[in-house]
Design a protein around this ligand. Structure first.
Ligand SMILES: C[S@@+](CC[C@H](N)C(=O)[O-])C[C@H]1O[C@@H](n2cnc3c(N)ncnc32)[C@H](O)[C@@H]1O
Length: 288
């Protein structure tokens, strides 16, 4: 084999930790990794959302994947400080652990948020049922990427059907804010060995996840066009977990959104530039 094309086999990392951490205990991502990885909120990120809400006079907010509730709770707090009145704030969640975490957070902050339990696949059915539309939907922190399958085309179709379900809950003229990791960048690391991937997957900042790289080490340990396995290592506590994710490429996401929305803005880690290398890509889209 020519030296410039070394065969790199990272297949074992689909389900095993890397060699350095072979004795780490596998734990629940939602319960044991996420709270430490998530940390608190970044004020400028929450302010981005609350300023957008105020500027566009939005009153009915839904978080489609509320997780631990940190973002949504921060937004409510920020809007409260501006004396901005919302009609209602609601959340969708399918995972029991996340329902528990977010409910406790809203309770501790005395915030009223109805949490609907639903798998996106079943929307608009949920418990309790949805009984009105929203004018601002958010899905943050790389969530749509949980949906997908064995080919890029299948993933695109499956994600499309979920975005259309979100659209059914958003009023015409309302907005959807949705993001994903920058899978175009991750894809560019595909043929590197794990040391090189780790080296390239380094950033001197973070978005959304305050524990990134200083509390929890994260990197794409297995990369193919159709599946990316992100590894999460808690070095201090010798624990690890992983997520199997279906990449969302920017071109596909634009097609997906354009069925029900007009994409008004694309950002890379909340900035306009640096398309080639960023942690996240954010899309702001208006419901047709
Ligand atoms: C990476 S977490 C992000 C959580 C939160 N938005 C944040 O940024 O911290 C992904 C979220 O998507 C939700 N999710 C994934 N697949 C789902 C599905 N099929 N139906 C409903 N929610 C789903 C998870 O339960 C979780 O809340």
């Amino acid at each position: 084999m020519p030296a410039q094309f070394p065969f790199v086999n990272t297949l074992p990392y689909i389900s095993n930790p890397i060699e350095e951490f072979y004795d780490f205990k596998f734990v629940s991502w939602e319960r044991d990794i996420y709270p430490k990885f998530k940390g608190g909120i970044r004020l400028d990120e929450v302010e981005y959302f609350s300023n957008f809400v105020v500027e566009n006079n939005l009153r009915r907010i839904i978080d489609f994947g509320v997780g631990g509730g940190v973002e949504l709770s921060g937004m409510i707090e920020c809007l409260d400080k501006k004396n901005y009145e919302l009609e209602n704030v609601e959340a969708n969640e399918t995972d029991e652990e996340f329902i528990k975490q977010s409910r406790n957070l809203f309770l501790s902050k005395k915030q009223t948020v109805a949490i609907h339990k639903a798998n996106w696949l079943d929307l608009p059915q949920a418990w309790p049922p949805y009984d009105h539309l929203f004018d601002f939907g958010i899905l943050t922190g790389n969530s749509l990427t949980y949906i997908g399958g064995g080919s890029r085309d299948y993933t695109k179709k499956a994600q499309q059907s979920i975005v259309t379900k979100f659209a059914q809950l958003i009023d015409h003229g309302g907005y959807l804010f949705i993001d994903s990791r920058n899978y175009d960048y991750i894809h560019s690391l595909m043929n590197l060995n794990k040391e090189k991937v780790f080296e390239n997957f380094s950033f001197n900042y973070t978005v959304y996840y305050e524990g990134f790289q200083h509390k929890i080490f994260v990197f794409p340990a297995y990369i193919s066009e159709t599946v990316v396995v992100l590894h999460y290592y808690d070095i201090e506590e010798k624990k690890w977990s992983k997520l199997d994710l279906y990449p969302i490429y920017e071109d596909d996401m634009l097609d997906i959104l354009s069925k029900d929305f007009i994409v008004e803005e694309i950002m890379y880690d909340f900035n306009k530039g640096n398309k080639e290398k960023s942690l996240f890509v954010q899309y702001l889209a208006r419901r047709i």
